[in-house]
Design a protein. Structure first.
Length: 88
């Protein structure tokens, strides 16, 4: 069975929220943890609308892990995080 984490975040009392652009990475999005992020990116980069390429996370609870954003077919932003210590 796959190890899956689903993160749901709601912003409260964030006066800057309405000043953000919809392409801002901190704007509301779905985030999933994944192992093998680089393999997933290489296999799907010609078919998936990725925002950049996988990059190292510089701080926070996932420091030294990797992450990337992409858009689903409806334009929703999805974040994938490869946690630190797991095969990226």
């Amino acid at each position: 069975m796959a190890d899956l984490t689903l993160e749901l975040v709601e912003y409260f009392h964030d006066t800057k929220l309405f000043q953000r652009k919809s392409d801002d990475e901190t704007f509301g999005h779905l985030c999933l943890n994944i192992t093998g992020l680089n393999d997933f990116y290489e296999k799907n980069r010609s078919n998936v609308k990725f925002v950049g390429s996988p990059r190292k996370i510089p701080g926070g609870p996932n420091k030294d892990g990797y992450m990337i954003y992409f858009h689903d077919p409806d334009g929703n932003k999805i974040e994938l995080i490869n946690p630190p210590g797991k095969r990226a």
